[in-house]
Design a protein around this ligand. Sequence first.
Ligand code: ZN
Length: 137
Amino acid sequence: MKVFFRELTLSTKELFDLVDITREVEEAVSESGVSNGMCLVYAPHATAAIVVNEHESGLMKDILRKVQDLFPRGAGWLHDRIDDNAHAHLGSALISSSRIFPVRGRRLVRGTWQNIFLLEMDGPRASRRVVIEVLGE
Ligand code: ZN
């Protein structure tokens, strides 16, 4: 079994932001040498998440709006007593910091309208990491 590991470093520009990493993930799969297996995309952060959906500017704003509706900033969260970012921890915990994709024929299996994004909820940040691990044969 092959195990291929890559770490991306990227920056985010807003408090809530979506950064499309589809191309980088697909490049990692293609360079991994794995024909059939799976690809983990993981954000090693407690205040960010990985989401999958269409890269359309209106929808991206809709997603960010919904995330802020679901996890409003400064809504009396207890964690805000020490760190002022409880909303982002809640979003990361409930949306999830990872996604897994099938790999078939040396390609990531995804729908036409399924791009992969880092969801920032405590930005802007100069440095956010995304771990990509491709496993298979
Ligand atoms: Zn915190």
